[in-house]
Design a protein around this ligand. Structure first.
Ligand code: ADP
Ligand code: ADP
Length: 225
Protein backbone atom coordinates (compact mmCIF):
# COMPACT_ATOMS: atom_id res chain seq x y z
CA UNK A 1 0.00 0.00 0.00
CA UNK A 2 1.17 3.57 -0.59
CA UNK A 3 1.84 5.52 2.62
CA UNK A 4 -0.29 8.38 1.31
CA UNK A 5 -3.05 8.08 -1.25
CA UNK A 6 -5.23 11.01 -2.28
CA UNK A 7 -7.90 10.25 -4.87
CA UNK A 8 -10.09 12.85 -6.56
CA UNK A 9 -9.81 15.35 -3.72
CA UNK A 10 -12.14 18.33 -3.98
CA UNK A 11 -12.17 21.31 -1.68
CA UNK A 12 -13.96 24.63 -1.98
CA UNK A 13 -14.12 27.58 0.37
CA UNK A 14 -17.08 29.92 0.96
CA UNK A 15 -19.47 27.45 -0.70
CA UNK A 16 -22.63 29.08 -2.06
CA UNK A 17 -21.28 32.60 -1.50
CA UNK A 18 -20.24 35.13 -4.15
CA UNK A 19 -16.59 34.57 -3.18
CA UNK A 20 -16.78 30.77 -3.49
CA UNK A 21 -13.47 29.31 -4.60
CA UNK A 22 -12.84 25.74 -5.78
CA UNK A 23 -9.24 25.17 -4.69
CA UNK A 24 -8.89 21.43 -5.26
CA UNK A 25 -10.74 19.92 -8.23
CA UNK A 26 -9.96 16.26 -8.34
CA UNK A 27 -6.40 16.23 -6.98
CA UNK A 28 -4.85 12.76 -6.83
CA UNK A 29 -1.39 11.64 -5.74
CA UNK A 30 0.25 8.59 -4.23
CA UNK A 31 3.42 8.54 -2.14
CA UNK A 32 4.94 5.09 -1.91
CA UNK A 33 7.00 3.73 0.98
CA UNK A 34 10.37 5.47 1.08
CA UNK A 35 9.46 7.88 -1.69
CA UNK A 36 10.04 11.63 -1.50
CA UNK A 37 7.68 13.58 -3.74
CA UNK A 38 8.03 17.29 -4.50
CA UNK A 39 4.85 19.36 -4.66
CA UNK A 40 5.45 22.41 -6.81
CA UNK A 41 2.77 25.08 -6.80
CA UNK A 42 2.62 28.83 -7.11
CA UNK A 43 1.44 30.73 -4.07
CA UNK A 44 -2.33 30.55 -3.68
CA UNK A 45 -2.66 27.38 -5.77
CA UNK A 46 -3.87 25.33 -2.82
CA UNK A 47 -0.78 23.56 -1.58
CA UNK A 48 -1.45 24.29 2.13
CA UNK A 49 -5.02 23.08 1.66
CA UNK A 50 -3.74 19.86 0.10
CA UNK A 51 -1.10 19.30 2.82
CA UNK A 52 -3.67 19.90 5.57
CA UNK A 53 -5.99 17.33 4.00
CA UNK A 54 -3.12 14.84 3.54
CA UNK A 55 -2.10 15.44 7.16
CA UNK A 56 -5.62 14.84 8.47
CA UNK A 57 -5.94 18.39 9.79
CA UNK A 58 -8.79 19.12 7.39
CA UNK A 59 -11.34 17.05 5.47
CA UNK A 60 -12.11 17.21 1.74
CA UNK A 61 -15.55 17.92 0.29
CA UNK A 62 -15.13 14.85 -1.91
CA UNK A 63 -12.53 12.21 -2.66
CA UNK A 64 -10.62 9.61 -0.68
CA UNK A 65 -7.73 10.04 1.74
CA UNK A 66 -5.69 7.04 2.90
CA UNK A 67 -2.75 7.31 5.28
CA UNK A 68 -0.61 4.29 6.14
CA UNK A 69 -3.09 2.07 4.32
CA UNK A 70 -6.09 3.29 6.30
CA UNK A 71 -8.92 4.98 4.40
CA UNK A 72 -10.03 8.03 6.34
CA UNK A 73 -13.29 9.07 4.65
CA UNK A 74 -15.33 6.94 6.98
CA UNK A 75 -13.25 7.39 10.12
CA UNK A 76 -14.26 9.27 13.25
CA UNK A 77 -12.54 12.49 14.28
CA UNK A 78 -10.98 10.59 17.16
CA UNK A 79 -9.38 8.04 14.85
CA UNK A 80 -8.23 10.85 12.57
CA UNK A 81 -6.46 12.56 15.48
CA UNK A 82 -4.79 9.33 16.61
CA UNK A 83 -3.57 8.54 13.09
CA UNK A 84 -2.31 12.10 12.67
CA UNK A 85 -0.31 11.98 15.90
CA UNK A 86 1.12 8.53 15.25
CA UNK A 87 1.72 8.50 11.52
CA UNK A 88 2.21 12.08 10.34
CA UNK A 89 5.00 14.57 10.94
CA UNK A 90 4.71 18.22 9.89
CA UNK A 91 7.35 20.76 9.02
CA UNK A 92 6.49 24.35 8.21
CA UNK A 93 8.38 27.25 6.66
CA UNK A 94 8.82 28.71 10.14
CA UNK A 95 9.94 26.34 12.84
CA UNK A 96 7.11 26.90 15.38
CA UNK A 97 9.28 25.52 18.17
CA UNK A 98 8.10 26.30 21.68
CA UNK A 99 10.31 29.23 22.74
CA UNK A 100 10.32 28.50 26.48
CA UNK A 101 11.68 24.96 26.02
CA UNK A 102 15.10 23.79 24.90
CA UNK A 103 15.67 22.22 21.49
CA UNK A 104 15.82 18.74 23.08
CA UNK A 105 12.65 19.35 25.12
CA UNK A 106 10.82 20.39 21.97
CA UNK A 107 11.51 16.88 20.64
CA UNK A 108 10.79 15.14 23.95
CA UNK A 109 7.36 16.71 24.51
CA UNK A 110 5.49 15.17 21.55
CA UNK A 111 6.85 11.77 22.57
CA UNK A 112 5.62 12.18 26.17
CA UNK A 113 2.22 13.13 24.73
CA UNK A 114 2.31 9.81 22.88
CA UNK A 115 3.10 7.83 26.05
CA UNK A 116 6.84 7.31 25.53
CA UNK A 117 8.77 7.12 28.85
CA UNK A 118 10.90 10.23 29.49
CA UNK A 119 14.31 8.51 29.45
CA UNK A 120 13.53 6.88 26.12
CA UNK A 121 12.20 10.15 24.71
CA UNK A 122 15.35 12.00 25.78
CA UNK A 123 17.61 9.38 24.22
CA UNK A 124 15.68 9.58 20.96
CA UNK A 125 15.81 13.39 20.97
CA UNK A 126 19.59 13.27 21.44
CA UNK A 127 19.98 10.75 18.58
CA UNK A 128 17.82 12.80 16.23
CA UNK A 129 19.68 16.04 17.00
CA UNK A 130 22.98 14.26 16.48
CA UNK A 131 21.85 12.87 13.12
CA UNK A 132 21.21 16.37 11.74
CA UNK A 133 24.39 17.84 13.20
CA UNK A 134 22.96 19.86 16.07
CA UNK A 135 23.73 17.43 18.91
CA UNK A 136 25.71 19.97 20.94
CA UNK A 137 22.87 22.53 20.73
CA UNK A 138 20.19 20.41 22.41
CA UNK A 139 20.31 22.34 25.68
CA UNK A 140 19.67 25.70 24.05
CA UNK A 141 16.36 27.43 23.57
CA UNK A 142 15.30 28.10 19.96
CA UNK A 143 16.13 31.83 20.20
CA UNK A 144 19.79 30.95 20.82
CA UNK A 145 20.01 28.90 17.61
CA UNK A 146 20.60 30.02 14.02
CA UNK A 147 17.75 29.79 11.51
CA UNK A 148 19.25 26.67 9.98
CA UNK A 149 19.66 25.03 13.38
CA UNK A 150 16.11 25.92 14.39
CA UNK A 151 14.78 24.31 11.22
CA UNK A 152 16.82 21.14 11.80
CA UNK A 153 15.36 20.94 15.31
CA UNK A 154 11.92 21.29 13.74
CA UNK A 155 12.73 18.29 11.48
CA UNK A 156 13.68 16.28 14.56
CA UNK A 157 10.43 17.23 16.26
CA UNK A 158 8.48 16.15 13.18
CA UNK A 159 10.29 12.79 13.36
CA UNK A 160 9.93 12.44 17.14
CA UNK A 161 7.17 9.86 17.05
CA UNK A 162 8.60 7.98 14.07
CA UNK A 163 5.82 8.90 11.65
CA UNK A 164 5.39 7.02 8.37
CA UNK A 165 4.56 10.18 6.45
CA UNK A 166 6.34 13.52 6.52
CA UNK A 167 4.56 16.59 5.16
CA UNK A 168 6.55 19.75 4.65
CA UNK A 169 5.46 23.20 3.48
CA UNK A 170 8.45 25.17 2.13
CA UNK A 171 10.69 23.66 4.84
CA UNK A 172 13.70 25.78 3.90
CA UNK A 173 11.76 28.74 2.51
CA UNK A 174 12.86 31.26 5.13
CA UNK A 175 16.59 30.41 4.98
CA UNK A 176 19.27 32.01 2.82
CA UNK A 177 20.19 29.90 -0.25
CA UNK A 178 23.39 28.39 1.20
CA UNK A 179 21.81 27.47 4.54
CA UNK A 180 18.73 26.22 2.73
CA UNK A 181 20.90 23.88 0.71
CA UNK A 182 22.72 22.42 3.74
CA UNK A 183 19.54 22.09 5.76
CA UNK A 184 17.72 20.46 2.85
CA UNK A 185 20.53 17.91 2.54
CA UNK A 186 20.20 17.12 6.26
CA UNK A 187 16.46 16.63 5.79
CA UNK A 188 16.88 14.33 2.80
CA UNK A 189 19.46 12.22 4.63
CA UNK A 190 17.21 11.91 7.68
CA UNK A 191 14.25 10.94 5.49
CA UNK A 192 16.16 8.38 3.44
CA UNK A 193 17.95 6.87 6.46
CA UNK A 194 14.64 6.24 8.19
CA UNK A 195 12.83 4.98 5.07
CA UNK A 196 10.22 7.67 5.58
CA UNK A 197 7.82 8.80 2.86
CA UNK A 198 7.47 12.51 2.27
CA UNK A 199 5.47 15.09 0.36
CA UNK A 200 7.45 18.31 0.32
CA UNK A 201 6.06 21.55 -1.08
CA UNK A 202 8.59 23.94 -2.55
CA UNK A 203 8.86 26.80 -5.04
CA UNK A 204 12.48 25.89 -5.61
CA UNK A 205 12.79 23.77 -8.76
CA UNK A 206 16.41 22.90 -7.99
CA UNK A 207 15.41 21.41 -4.60
CA UNK A 208 12.43 19.72 -6.25
CA UNK A 209 14.75 18.08 -8.78
CA UNK A 210 16.64 16.39 -5.94
CA UNK A 211 13.51 14.54 -4.81
CA UNK A 212 12.42 11.19 -6.23
CA UNK A 213 9.44 12.53 -8.17
CA UNK A 214 7.79 15.87 -8.83
CA UNK A 215 4.15 16.84 -9.16
CA UNK A 216 2.77 20.25 -10.01
CA UNK A 217 -0.53 21.77 -8.97
CA UNK A 218 -2.47 22.86 -12.02
CA UNK A 219 -6.01 24.22 -11.74
CA UNK A 220 -6.70 22.21 -8.63
CA UNK A 221 -5.25 18.96 -9.95
CA UNK A 222 -1.84 17.32 -9.62
CA UNK A 223 0.11 16.57 -12.78
CA UNK A 224 3.66 15.30 -13.33
CA UNK A 225 6.13 18.18 -13.49
P1 ADP B 1 -1.12 27.95 -1.03
O1 ADP B 1 -0.70 27.20 0.18
O2 ADP B 1 -0.82 27.26 -2.31
O3 ADP B 1 -0.67 29.37 -1.04
P2 ADP B 1 -3.79 27.77 0.12
O4 ADP B 1 -4.15 26.34 0.16
O5 ADP B 1 -3.37 28.40 1.40
O6 ADP B 1 -2.73 28.03 -1.02
O7 ADP B 1 -5.02 28.60 -0.43
C1 ADP B 1 -5.58 28.38 -1.73
C2 ADP B 1 -6.70 29.39 -1.98
O8 ADP B 1 -7.76 29.17 -1.06
C3 ADP B 1 -6.29 30.84 -1.78
O9 ADP B 1 -6.98 31.62 -2.72
C4 ADP B 1 -6.76 31.16 -0.39
O10 ADP B 1 -7.03 32.53 -0.26
C5 ADP B 1 -8.01 30.31 -0.26
N1 ADP B 1 -8.23 29.86 1.12
C6 ADP B 1 -7.39 29.12 1.87
N2 ADP B 1 -7.91 28.86 3.08
C7 ADP B 1 -9.12 29.46 3.10
C8 ADP B 1 -10.17 29.55 4.06
N3 ADP B 1 -10.08 28.95 5.26
N4 ADP B 1 -11.27 30.25 3.74
C9 ADP B 1 -11.38 30.84 2.52
N5 ADP B 1 -10.44 30.79 1.56
C10 ADP B 1 -9.33 30.11 1.84
P1 ADP C 1 -1.17 17.72 19.80
O1 ADP C 1 -0.69 16.32 20.01
O2 ADP C 1 -0.20 18.76 20.27
O3 ADP C 1 -2.59 17.98 20.26
P2 ADP C 1 -2.34 17.83 17.18
O4 ADP C 1 -2.82 16.43 17.06
O5 ADP C 1 -3.31 18.93 17.45
O6 ADP C 1 -1.14 17.90 18.22
O7 ADP C 1 -1.52 18.22 15.85
C1 ADP C 1 -0.56 17.37 15.33
C2 ADP C 1 0.34 18.17 14.43
O8 ADP C 1 -0.43 19.00 13.58
C3 ADP C 1 1.27 19.10 15.18
O9 ADP C 1 2.54 19.04 14.54
C4 ADP C 1 0.67 20.46 15.02
O10 ADP C 1 1.68 21.46 14.97
C5 ADP C 1 -0.04 20.36 13.72
N1 ADP C 1 -1.26 21.16 13.69
C6 ADP C 1 -2.29 21.07 14.54
N2 ADP C 1 -3.30 21.90 14.19
C7 ADP C 1 -2.87 22.56 13.08
C8 ADP C 1 -3.45 23.55 12.22
N3 ADP C 1 -4.67 24.05 12.41
N4 ADP C 1 -2.74 23.97 11.16
C9 ADP C 1 -1.52 23.48 10.93
N5 ADP C 1 -0.92 22.53 11.69
C10 ADP C 1 -1.57 22.08 12.76
Amino acid sequence: DPVLSLKGIEKRYNAGQPNEIAVLRGASVEVKRGEVVALVAPSGAGKSTLLHIAGLLDTPDAGEVAVAGEVLSAKSDRRRTILRRQEVGFIYQFHHLLPEFTAAENIVLPQLANGVPRAEAEARAADLLESVGVGPRGGHRPAALSGGEQQRVAFCRAMANAPKLLLADEPTGNLDPTTSDTVFDALMRLVHDTGLSALIATHNLELASRMDRQVRMDEGQLVPL
